[in-house]
Design a protein around this ligand. Structure first.
Ligand SMILES: Nc1nc2c(ncn2[C@@H]2O[C@H](COP(=O)(O)OP(=O)(O)OP(=O)(O)O)[C@@H](O)[C@H]2O)c(=O)[nH]1
Length: 449
């Protein structure tokens, strides 16, 4: 769409506007938001058939989401209802004496950009909904910049140590061992550390090697480890509703992730029911209700201290009755070593299975990127108790320690569907291997995400 020409600063749904955020930089004049109500008119109309320009709708509409438009779920051709169509200004016809322009070859249709943004989920079977009309959001700092900022400490520390290690040095056994230690300290895991040193050794053993060479090889190897797990969340809507149970340790971002995911799904035209299965925390029930209201999802709640498995059952049943495509059930945060809480989790899974033996169809575990090594432990235990089938890593915008996700990917090979890069409704991004690897390594992305 011609709207791709207009990259504006996106301010909706954030606690801070770009001006308040020292990290937010308008990269080019194009990044500066256009004043509202101002007509967008190209100064020179290159050809009379230039496409119509859709003026950006006010981002006060919370359902703007560029990750859905053009995604796998809904048709990307729906035009925003409220958006004003403005034809580019066409200059008057040239005077008669001007010789006719030479025939111009019709340009080939533009190839799609190499980097087509995905939504992080795909409907693998069943009816495809019609996405409601949405307008393009105004961009603020890109999610990649936030991811990069979050992983800055990891990347700077790593690249600094690597640079120090490989200053005027030939690649020998000792250097390889030291490098391996550095990589393990950065939470990347023994397997990935060895993979990196093996590749480096086979390419450069006995030769001069710079820190830059090492970082480049590291980014490549991390990408290879992450690629197999960078999978979209598959929704099989031939059997509705698809039930997603969200589990994880306290404060890892379950409720927030549910809200962001509900926003993605409802924007794509799916009907969503949210079940407040965190019956331990009154605030969690309230918080989920607010997300349901914001996202247009149905809400099923109960009173504080009620049986969580009963609530999960009710939410699933309500989802079946109200024709939901997806039911997402929140659960109370629990430490992995609290046996009775973990038992409760397996009870929830069993009870959901009474309505459909395949339910929950997805068990999503949230991991807090600031916790480091402990996250590995959490995956192991929740996987055993609740049959975790996919991961979301949250808080990658903070002072994150993203290395552990690489170790988890190498060990568990569980799909990583999304990453959380902020507290706002739009701060859930599909997980993409190369971007993540580049952010950890601190290397440049060839093209901006
Ligand atoms: N910066 C940042 N904060 C996040 C992200 N995801 C969640 N949070 C914040 O983390 C805190 C905890 O999030 P919740 O969604 O309440 O976590 P929870 O797992 O449901 O918590 P419990 O119900 O206590 O288990 C909240 O302040 C969220 O706003 C993220 O991606 N980035």
């Amino acid at each position: 769409m011609a709207i791709g020409f207009m990259k504006n600063v996106f301010t909706f749904g954030r606690n801070k506007g770009p001006k308040d955020d020292p990290q937010v930089v308008a990269e080019t004049p194009e990044d500066v938001a256009l004043p509202e109500e101002q007509e967008v008119v190209f100064p020179e109309a290159p050809a009379p058939e230039a496409p119509a320009v859709v003026e950006e709708a006010d981002s006060a509409d919370p359902w703007d989401d560029d990750s859905i438009v053009g995604g796998v779920v809904g048709p990307s051709t729906v035009e925003p209802e409220e958006a004003e169509l403005v034809q580019p200004e066409v200059r008057p016809e040239p005077a008669a004496e001007v010789p006719p322009a030479p025939p111009v070859e019709t340009p080939a249709p533009e190839a799609p950009p190499a980097h087509v943004k995905n939504t992080g989920f795909e409907i693998v079977s069943g009816p495809r909904p019609v996405a409601p009309a949405v307008a393009q959001p105004k961009k603020r700092m890109t999610w990649f910049q936030r991811l990069r900022a979050g992983l800055l400490r990891t990347s700077q520390q790593l690249s600094g140590q690597i640079a120090a290690l490989f200053t005027k040095r030939k690649l020998d056994e000792e250097a390889l061992e030291e490098l391996e230690d550095l990589l393990i300290q950065a939470d990347l895991g023994v397997e990935t550390a060895m993979r990196i040193t093996d590749t480096l050794s086979s390419e450069r053993y006995g030769r001069d090697v710079s820190g830059k060479d090492v970082v480049r090889i590291m980014a490549g190897e991390i990408t290879k480890v992450l690629e197999p797990v960078a999978r979209p969340l598959a929704l099989d809507l031939s059997v509705k509703p698809h039930v997603i149970l969200v589990v994880g340790v306290n404060g890892t971002g379950k409720t927030t992730t549910i809200g962001k995911l509900a926003a993605k799904l409802t924007r794509a035209g799916l009907k969503v029911t949210l079940g407040a299965g965190d019956t331990f925390r009154a605030a969690a029930i309230e918080q989920l209700k607010i997300w349901a209201d914001r996202t247009g999802a149905e809400f099923v709640g109960t009173k504080l201290g009620a049986d969580a498995a009963g609530l999960a059952y009710d939410a699933f049943k309500r989802g079946q009755e109200n024709g939901s495509d997806v039911v997402i059930i929140d659960t109370a945060g629990r430490l992995q070593n609290k046996a009775e809480l973990m038992d409760e989790l397996s009870k929830i899974v069993r009870v959901l299975g009474k309505l459909d033996p395949d339910a929950p169809h997805t068990v999503l575990q949230t991991l807090d990127a600031t916790t480091g090594q402990n996250a590995m432990n959490q995956v192991e235990i929740f996987r055993n108790v609740a049959g975790v089938s996919g991961l979301v890593m949250t808080k990658l915008d903070g002072t994150a320690r993203g290395g552990i996700l690489v170790a988890i990917a190498a060990k568990h090979k569980l799909p990583v569907y999304f990453i959380g890069v902020g507290e706002g409704i739009d701060d859930l991004e599909p997980f993409e291997a190369a971007e993540f690897a580049q952010a950890i390594a601190g290397t440049e992305l060839e093209e901006e995400a």
